[in-house]
Design a protein around this ligand. Structure first.
Ligand SMILES: [Zn+2]
Length: 242
Protein backbone atom coordinates (compact mmCIF):
# COMPACT_ATOMS: atom_id res chain seq x y z
CA UNK A 1 0.00 0.00 0.00
CA UNK A 2 1.38 3.44 -0.88
CA UNK A 3 1.44 6.27 1.63
CA UNK A 4 -1.35 7.98 -0.25
CA UNK A 5 -3.54 4.89 -0.08
CA UNK A 6 -2.70 4.54 3.60
CA UNK A 7 -3.73 8.15 4.31
CA UNK A 8 -7.01 7.51 2.55
CA UNK A 9 -7.63 4.48 4.71
CA UNK A 10 -6.92 6.46 7.89
CA UNK A 11 -9.26 9.24 6.76
CA UNK A 12 -12.03 6.77 6.12
CA UNK A 13 -11.52 5.25 9.57
CA UNK A 14 -11.68 8.63 11.29
CA UNK A 15 -14.83 9.49 9.41
CA UNK A 16 -17.22 6.68 8.75
CA UNK A 17 -15.02 3.75 9.75
CA UNK A 18 -14.70 1.19 7.03
CA UNK A 19 -12.46 -1.89 7.01
CA UNK A 20 -9.35 -1.15 4.91
CA UNK A 21 -9.46 -4.69 3.53
CA UNK A 22 -13.08 -5.70 2.93
CA UNK A 23 -14.81 -2.28 3.23
CA UNK A 24 -17.27 -3.51 5.83
CA UNK A 25 -18.69 -0.78 8.09
CA UNK A 26 -17.03 -0.60 11.50
CA UNK A 27 -17.28 1.32 14.74
CA UNK A 28 -14.26 3.63 14.91
CA UNK A 29 -13.07 2.04 18.14
CA UNK A 30 -13.01 -1.51 16.75
CA UNK A 31 -9.51 -2.93 16.60
CA UNK A 32 -10.48 -5.76 14.25
CA UNK A 33 -12.96 -6.01 11.41
CA UNK A 34 -15.98 -8.01 12.51
CA UNK A 35 -16.40 -9.32 8.95
CA UNK A 36 -12.91 -10.32 7.78
CA UNK A 37 -11.12 -10.21 11.15
CA UNK A 38 -8.23 -8.03 9.93
CA UNK A 39 -6.46 -5.69 12.33
CA UNK A 40 -7.41 -2.05 11.68
CA UNK A 41 -5.14 1.01 11.44
CA UNK A 42 -4.14 2.79 14.62
CA UNK A 43 -5.83 6.05 15.42
CA UNK A 44 -5.37 8.34 18.42
CA UNK A 45 -7.78 7.52 21.22
CA UNK A 46 -7.93 7.74 24.99
CA UNK A 47 -7.10 4.75 27.18
CA UNK A 48 -10.81 4.50 27.99
CA UNK A 49 -11.77 4.46 24.32
CA UNK A 50 -9.14 1.83 23.60
CA UNK A 51 -11.05 -0.59 25.82
CA UNK A 52 -14.41 0.65 24.58
CA UNK A 53 -15.13 2.18 28.00
CA UNK A 54 -16.93 5.35 28.92
CA UNK A 55 -14.91 7.97 30.80
CA UNK A 56 -15.84 6.69 34.26
CA UNK A 57 -13.68 5.87 37.26
CA UNK A 58 -15.51 2.84 38.55
CA UNK A 59 -14.70 -0.05 36.27
CA UNK A 60 -14.71 -3.82 36.41
CA UNK A 61 -11.03 -4.61 36.99
CA UNK A 62 -11.47 -8.37 36.38
CA UNK A 63 -13.16 -7.67 33.06
CA UNK A 64 -10.43 -5.18 32.13
CA UNK A 65 -7.77 -7.81 32.82
CA UNK A 66 -9.62 -10.38 30.72
CA UNK A 67 -9.85 -7.97 27.80
CA UNK A 68 -6.19 -7.10 28.18
CA UNK A 69 -5.15 -10.75 27.88
CA UNK A 70 -7.54 -11.40 25.01
CA UNK A 71 -6.25 -8.39 23.05
CA UNK A 72 -2.62 -9.24 23.84
CA UNK A 73 -3.13 -12.65 22.28
CA UNK A 74 -4.93 -11.30 19.24
CA UNK A 75 -2.24 -8.66 18.64
CA UNK A 76 0.72 -10.97 19.25
CA UNK A 77 3.47 -10.63 16.55
CA UNK A 78 3.32 -14.38 15.83
CA UNK A 79 -0.22 -13.91 14.54
CA UNK A 80 1.08 -11.39 11.98
CA UNK A 81 4.18 -13.30 10.85
CA UNK A 82 2.73 -13.61 7.33
CA UNK A 83 0.59 -10.48 7.29
CA UNK A 84 1.31 -7.32 5.30
CA UNK A 85 3.86 -4.81 6.58
CA UNK A 86 1.01 -2.45 7.52
CA UNK A 87 -0.78 -5.04 9.59
CA UNK A 88 2.48 -5.93 11.35
CA UNK A 89 3.08 -2.26 12.10
CA UNK A 90 -0.50 -1.65 13.29
CA UNK A 91 -0.49 -4.68 15.56
CA UNK A 92 2.78 -3.52 17.16
CA UNK A 93 1.48 0.02 17.65
CA UNK A 94 -1.78 -1.28 19.07
CA UNK A 95 0.13 -3.54 21.45
CA UNK A 96 1.97 -0.53 22.76
CA UNK A 97 -1.32 1.44 23.08
CA UNK A 98 -2.80 -1.59 24.84
CA UNK A 99 0.02 -1.84 27.37
CA UNK A 100 -0.11 1.88 28.17
CA UNK A 101 -3.88 1.83 28.51
CA UNK A 102 -3.92 -1.24 30.73
CA UNK A 103 -1.07 -0.08 32.98
CA UNK A 104 -2.87 3.23 33.53
CA UNK A 105 -6.43 1.98 33.97
CA UNK A 106 -5.74 -1.02 36.21
CA UNK A 107 -4.16 1.18 38.90
CA UNK A 108 -6.73 3.21 40.89
CA UNK A 109 -4.44 6.20 41.46
CA UNK A 110 -2.98 6.23 37.94
CA UNK A 111 -6.50 5.94 36.50
CA UNK A 112 -7.67 8.91 38.57
CA UNK A 113 -4.66 11.00 37.58
CA UNK A 114 -5.22 10.10 33.94
CA UNK A 115 -8.87 11.11 34.03
CA UNK A 116 -7.94 14.39 35.69
CA UNK A 117 -5.31 15.01 33.02
CA UNK A 118 -7.97 14.42 30.33
CA UNK A 119 -9.96 17.11 32.12
CA UNK A 120 -6.97 19.44 31.86
CA UNK A 121 -5.73 19.14 35.44
CA UNK A 122 -2.01 18.74 36.11
CA UNK A 123 -1.24 17.43 39.58
CA UNK A 124 1.73 18.42 41.72
CA UNK A 125 2.71 14.78 41.61
CA UNK A 126 3.20 15.05 37.87
CA UNK A 127 5.91 17.64 38.31
CA UNK A 128 7.95 15.00 40.12
CA UNK A 129 11.07 15.89 38.13
CA UNK A 130 10.87 19.43 39.52
CA UNK A 131 10.57 18.03 43.04
CA UNK A 132 13.56 15.75 42.50
CA UNK A 133 15.63 18.63 41.11
CA UNK A 134 14.77 20.74 44.17
CA UNK A 135 15.75 17.84 46.40
CA UNK A 136 19.12 17.41 44.73
CA UNK A 137 19.98 21.08 44.97
CA UNK A 138 19.05 20.92 48.67
CA UNK A 139 16.19 23.38 48.25
CA UNK A 140 13.08 23.07 50.34
CA UNK A 141 10.29 21.34 48.48
CA UNK A 142 7.59 23.74 47.32
CA UNK A 143 4.77 21.32 48.11
CA UNK A 144 2.36 22.87 50.62
CA UNK A 145 1.66 20.91 53.82
CA UNK A 146 -1.95 19.72 53.89
CA UNK A 147 -3.48 21.59 56.90
CA UNK A 148 -4.66 18.43 58.68
CA UNK A 149 -1.07 17.13 58.70
CA UNK A 150 0.59 20.30 60.01
CA UNK A 151 0.99 19.10 63.56
CA UNK A 152 2.26 15.65 62.65
CA UNK A 153 4.70 17.08 60.13
CA UNK A 154 6.01 19.52 62.71
CA UNK A 155 6.60 16.68 65.21
CA UNK A 156 8.12 14.51 62.55
CA UNK A 157 10.59 17.17 61.47
CA UNK A 158 11.76 17.56 65.06
CA UNK A 159 12.28 13.80 65.39
CA UNK A 160 14.13 13.64 62.07
CA UNK A 161 16.26 16.57 63.18
CA UNK A 162 17.14 14.79 66.42
CA UNK A 163 18.27 11.74 64.51
CA UNK A 164 20.34 13.88 62.17
CA UNK A 165 22.12 15.42 65.12
CA UNK A 166 23.54 11.96 65.64
CA UNK A 167 21.34 10.89 68.51
CA UNK A 168 20.23 7.28 68.42
CA UNK A 169 17.63 7.82 71.09
CA UNK A 170 15.43 4.68 71.21
CA UNK A 171 12.46 6.84 72.07
CA UNK A 172 12.91 8.96 68.92
CA UNK A 173 13.22 5.81 66.85
CA UNK A 174 10.05 4.40 68.40
CA UNK A 175 8.26 7.67 67.60
CA UNK A 176 9.39 7.46 64.01
CA UNK A 177 8.22 3.85 63.79
CA UNK A 178 4.82 4.93 65.03
CA UNK A 179 4.75 7.89 62.60
CA UNK A 180 5.50 5.42 59.82
CA UNK A 181 2.52 3.24 60.82
CA UNK A 182 0.26 6.26 61.02
CA UNK A 183 1.24 7.44 57.53
CA UNK A 184 0.77 3.97 56.08
CA UNK A 185 -2.68 3.84 57.63
CA UNK A 186 -3.52 7.26 56.18
CA UNK A 187 -2.56 6.00 52.72
CA UNK A 188 -4.88 3.00 53.13
CA UNK A 189 -7.72 5.22 54.30
CA UNK A 190 -7.22 7.59 51.39
CA UNK A 191 -7.84 4.72 48.97
CA UNK A 192 -11.32 4.25 50.40
CA UNK A 193 -11.92 7.98 50.35
CA UNK A 194 -10.86 8.15 46.70
CA UNK A 195 -13.58 5.65 45.76
CA UNK A 196 -16.20 7.92 47.30
CA UNK A 197 -15.14 10.69 44.93
CA UNK A 198 -15.21 8.24 42.00
CA UNK A 199 -18.88 7.63 42.75
CA UNK A 200 -19.44 11.38 42.91
CA UNK A 201 -17.69 11.93 39.55
CA UNK A 202 -19.36 8.97 37.82
CA UNK A 203 -22.79 10.00 39.03
CA UNK A 204 -22.40 13.74 38.51
CA UNK A 205 -25.42 15.27 36.80
CA UNK A 206 -23.91 18.68 36.07
CA UNK A 207 -20.58 20.40 35.63
CA UNK A 208 -20.66 21.83 39.12
CA UNK A 209 -20.82 18.38 40.72
CA UNK A 210 -18.09 17.14 38.39
CA UNK A 211 -15.90 20.05 39.32
CA UNK A 212 -16.48 19.47 43.02
CA UNK A 213 -15.54 15.78 42.72
CA UNK A 214 -12.43 16.69 40.72
CA UNK A 215 -11.32 19.25 43.31
CA UNK A 216 -11.72 16.63 46.03
CA UNK A 217 -9.70 14.09 44.03
CA UNK A 218 -6.93 16.62 43.35
CA UNK A 219 -6.70 17.53 47.06
CA UNK A 220 -6.65 13.86 48.02
CA UNK A 221 -4.00 12.87 45.47
CA UNK A 222 -1.79 15.77 46.50
CA UNK A 223 -2.18 14.73 50.13
CA UNK A 224 -1.29 11.14 49.18
CA UNK A 225 1.81 12.24 47.35
CA UNK A 226 2.79 14.40 50.32
CA UNK A 227 2.39 11.45 52.69
CA UNK A 228 4.37 9.19 50.36
CA UNK A 229 7.25 11.67 50.45
CA UNK A 230 7.07 11.78 54.26
CA UNK A 231 7.14 7.99 54.39
CA UNK A 232 10.20 7.98 52.17
CA UNK A 233 11.95 10.41 54.54
CA UNK A 234 10.99 8.37 57.61
CA UNK A 235 12.11 5.10 56.03
CA UNK A 236 15.46 6.48 54.99
CA UNK A 237 16.02 8.03 58.45
CA UNK A 238 15.14 4.70 60.08
CA UNK A 239 17.44 2.70 57.84
CA UNK A 240 20.31 5.13 58.52
CA UNK A 241 19.69 4.85 62.25
CA UNK A 242 19.57 1.05 62.17
ZN1 LIG B 1 -12.85 -6.42 6.91
Amino acid sequence: MTTEQLNNVVNVIEGEAECWSCSAALAVSEHFCSTCGKVQPVRPMTHFEFFGLRKKLNLNEKQLQKEFYALSRKLHPDVYARATANEQEWSLQKTSQLNDAYRTLKDPVARTQYLLSLEGIQLEEQSKSATDAARQSGEEKKQAVPPELLEEVFELNMQLQELKMGERDPETIAQLESAKKSFEQKLDESSFELRKYWDAWDGAKDQESEKKAMDQMVALLNRRSYIRNLLRDVNSALSEAA
